[in-house]
Design a protein around this ligand. Sequence first.
Ligand code: PMP
Length: 477
Amino acid sequence: MQMQTQTSSSVVERYRAKTPKSAALYERARLAFPSGLTHDSRVLDPYPLFVERAAGPRKWCVDGHEYVDYFGGHGALLLGHCAPEVVAAVQRQAARGTHFGSAHELELRWAELIQRLVPGAQRVRFTASGTEATHLALRLARAFTGKDKVVRFLGHFHGWHDHVAAGSNSHYDGARPVGVLPDIVQATILMPTDDVQPTVSLLEARGDIAAVIVEPSGASWGQVPLPPGFLRALRDATARRGVILIFDEVITGFRFAPGGAQQAFGITADLCTLAKVVAGGLPGGALAGRRDIMEGLDFAATKAAGRERIAHQGTYNANPLTAAAGIAMLEQVATSDACERASDAAARLRAGMNDVLVREGVPWAVYGEYSLFHVFTNPNGLPIDARRFDPLALGFDGLKRSKSTALANQLRLAMLIAGVDIMGAPGGTVSAIHGEREIEQTVTAFREAVRLIAADGGIRDKSEHPHHPRPSADPSS
Ligand code: PMP
C-alpha cells in the first residue's frame, strides 16, 4: 500500500505467510475504501489484519490465528471483549427496541451512573462519539464565556473535527490542516506541555480565551506525559481567569479510576468529555460538567437568562442499545475493582517487557500509566536503560515528533507474527480481564519480536544511525 515505510522483508514475509486471507480481503477493501481502511489508526503495511471474532482478552483473525488483544476496541473495552454483563444487556435491549425516538429510563440510569462516578458531573449530555463531545464542549465554553479563543496542547488529540485538527496529528506546527478554514485554525492557541508556565502566563495576559482543553494523561493517552503539577497549575490559572477547563477523558474516563483522571488526580475540571468506556463498547459519548455551563443547552434556563440556546441534535444520542451497554459497563466499574485490575496487569506487563529489553540489550523502553503502555523505539539511538527511562526528559520532540512510523509498523507486524495485537503508537490498552497467562504470552511474544527485528537490523544503538526517516501521521486512537 501507500505508506513509505522500510519494513524489513523477512518480517513482512512471515506476516504474509501467516495471514493470506487478510491479504485477499485487503485487495477487496482497497476497492471500497481509501487506503483500504476505515480508521487511520488501523493502517498497517503491507495490509491490516482482518479479524473474525473476539472474546475476553483475545481475538482471532480470518486465517484462524489467535492473538492477545491490546487494541481493546481503541480503548473502549475495559472489561475485554464480550463481557457477559454487556452482552446480556445488549441482547436484551436489541429485542426490546434499539431506538424509541423518545425519552427512556435507560438514558436516565446511564446518566445517573456518570453523575455518581465522575466528579463535577452536575449535568450530562449524550453524544454519538468522543469527537462530538469535544465539539459540543468547545461550543458551550465559547457561548458561556462570550469569548472565542481556545487553548490546546501540542499533539493532544480530541477527535477529528475542525476545531481540534491543527497541531494534533500530521504536522505538529499548528499550521492549517488541508481542508480546515483558516479562521478556525486561528481560533486555537497551541501550547507546549514541557512547562506549564507559558500557558499560565498566556492565561494571565489575555482576556479573549474561552477554554483550555487537555488530555489529562498527556498527548495521545500519555505518550507524552505531563510534568508533575501541570494540571493543578492549569486548574488554578483557569479558575482565576474564568476560563473553562475541559478535561478530555475519552481515554482516561473510567480507566484511571472509576471517576477518571479527575478522581485519580483530585482535580475537578469545569467540563469533561467521555466516550469509549462510557458506552460499553458501542458507539457513544457524553459531555458532563457544571450545571451553569451545561445550561447553554437548556430551553428554560437560556430563555430566563435572555441567552441564545445552543442547538444540539444527534439521532443516536443516548440510544437504548448504547445506553444498555453503557449501564452494564459502568455498573461493573462502580461495583468491582476493574480499573485497578487493568492497571495492575498493565504495570506487570510494562515491567515484563522492560525486563526483556534489558536482557536482550535493546535500547528501547516501555512506559505508561494506569492500564496503558507505550513502547519507545528510540529511533535516534539514544543510550536508554529501560529500568531508568524517564519519558519527561525526552519531551514531545523526543517521544512523538521524532517517532519512527516504520519501526512502529515493524513492531506491530512482529508482534502479530508472535500472536499479539498492539496499537500503532506503538502501545496498547490493557483490560481488567488480561491475566497472568496473557501477560506471560505477551512478554514471550515481545522477546520474539525484538529478536526478529534485531535480526533484520531494525534495532540500533547509539553508535549507529537510523534511517527510518518519516516522522509523520500519528492518527492517535
Ligand atoms: N479524545 C481523545 C482523548 C481520544 O483518544 C479520542 C479517540 N481516540 C477522541 C477524543 C475521539 O473519540 P471518538 O473516536 O469516539 O470520536
